[in-house]
Design a protein around this ligand. Structure first.
Ligand SMILES: *Cc1c(COP(=O)(O)O)cnc(C)c1O
Length: 414
């Protein structure tokens, strides 16, 4: 009844795509052997490096995030070698399952669904690995299922303190362009990303960043799939070789426009600040709604919450009920819970997520929160009053005092 109008997909990827990105894609294919497209590829690589804080190489793939997971593994380890995965939610598990299907010995340390990496546990495992069998440590920067933000810099320090030679390989698919990531400064060797989250482009392009240590590891392998090989893709000037086949031209045009918007119109620092304020707006509403039988954020500690996605526990199948209600009644699609509950709730109906990465602004987030507030009332889900007030105050204060920080958050740079 009230759902006709602009639909809003507030799931943690694919994110909202700007009309300008869609329009930029709406072009006939250009020559794929010479001309303008070569410049687009070159500038896209340079700008991706800027957003990732990387001065190394970047290889492009016509794939989703799962594809670049495989690409990363194919360039750093051989079947039979050992990789350590650090799981703070679902995504390291799925990456590890993929690794096992390639014959890689995937070891997993799990930290549950509500906590960041415990560095002492990592230290234990690495200390016991005195023969340095672990070739790489794979970890998500942000786990999109739990919304946990891991401190990659601290992880690097721990690995360094132990003089362990493992490569540090980070999944920044959810975080790139939303949460601050500094590949060089944090000593990350390999990073994987994709275009459909913070980068606001339809799924289908993925990126593999690698520095000198990653490149050196690649040369130790005696066999690498030519399709996944990052060397060919990263070093060539030939358009056709950049994608090991026909390039996804329209996607590249879309991404070019998205990168223009992020880097040359809004500016990366402002983009990161916008994500921080919008995340805090959502957190303020959730704090205010709080009720013993109502909604709560799955992460009480704001220091380990991502600015890209928020995971919420709603109890008694209320996550699924709210999702259905907002989709059917007001045109807002919220993200489903993912892996948060065990066998008692395999479909995670007690949970939902709000995706707030990419092309979102104050009125969209206020609209989403207003829609959730209406849903809580319509479904008789217990909640306290004042959430929209609290949310509006965060936005108002952020515009008045650009340095305002509603919650203590160790990752704030502005
Ligand atoms: C979305 C996501 C993926 C998977 O990407 P696909 O494009 O769906 O294959 C992997 N890791 C993280 C952290 C993600 O957010």
């Amino acid at each position: 009844m009230l759902s006709h109008g602009l639909e809003y997909l507030a799931i943690p990827g694919p994110s909202v795509i700007p009309n300008r990105v869609l329009q930029a894609m709406h072009q006939p294919s250009p020559n794929i052997y010479a001309g303008h497209l070569g410049d687009v590829i070159k500038t896209v690589k340079k700008d991706l490096n800027t957003i990732a804080g990387s001065s190394g190489d970047v290889a492009l793939y016509a794939s989703n995030g799962h594809g670049v997971w495989e690409a990363a593994l194919a360039n750093i380890v051989m079947p039979g070698e050992t990789v350590l995965f650090l799981a703070t939610g679902q995504f390291a598990f799925h990456w590890a399952i993929l690794a096992r299907s390639l014959g890689i010995d995937a070891k997993i340390i799990t930290f549950g669904n509500r906590a960041t990496i415990d560095l002492d546990k990592v230290r234990d495992v690495l200390t016991r690995d005195s023969n340095h069998k672990i070739k790489a440590i794979c970890v998500p920067h942000v786990d999109t299922a739990t919304s946990v933000l891991n401190d990659i810099n601290a992880l690097r320090q721990t690995i360094n303190e132990l003089n362990h030679p493992a490569l540090l390989c980070v999944d920044i698919i959810a975080s790139l362009g939303s949460d601050r990531f500094e590949m060089d400064n944090w000593g990350v060797d390999v990073a994987v990303a994709a275009c459909q989250k913070g980068l606001m482009t339809p799924a289908g392009l993925a990126f593999l960043f690698f520095g000198q240590k990653g490149a050196a590891a690649r040369t130790q392998l005696n066999q690498v799939s030519a399709y996944w090989d990052w060397n060919i893709r990263a070093s060539t000037d030939q358009i056709y070789a950049s994608f090991f086949g026909t390039p996804p031209t329209q996607h590249l045009f879309g991404l070019r426009t998205a990168l223009d918007m992020i880097l040359y119109e809004e500016g990366l620092e402002t983009v990161l600040y916008r994500h921080k304020v919008l995340a805090q707006t959502i957190w303020a509403a959730l704090d205010a709604w709080r009720h013993p039988k109502g909604l709560r954020m799955t992460l009480p500690n704001s220091d380990i919450r991502s600015h890209a996605v928020t995971s919420i526990e709603a109890g008694s199948q209320n996550g699924a009920r709210l999702q259905n209600w907002t989709t059917q009644n007001v045109g807002l699609t919220l993200g489903c819970g993912l892996g948060m509950a065990g066998n008692s709730d395999p479909e995670c109906r007690d949970y939902f997520r709000i995706g707030h990465m990419g092309h979102v602004n104050g009125h969209m987030i206020m609209g989403a929160l207003g829609a959730i507030d209406a849903g809580l009332k319509a479904l008789d889900i217990p909640h306290a009053q004042g959430a929209l007030d609290a949310a509006a105050s965060v936005i108002a204060k952020a515009t008045k005092y650009p340095n305002f920080v509603a919650h203590g958050n160790g990752h704030v740079h502005r």
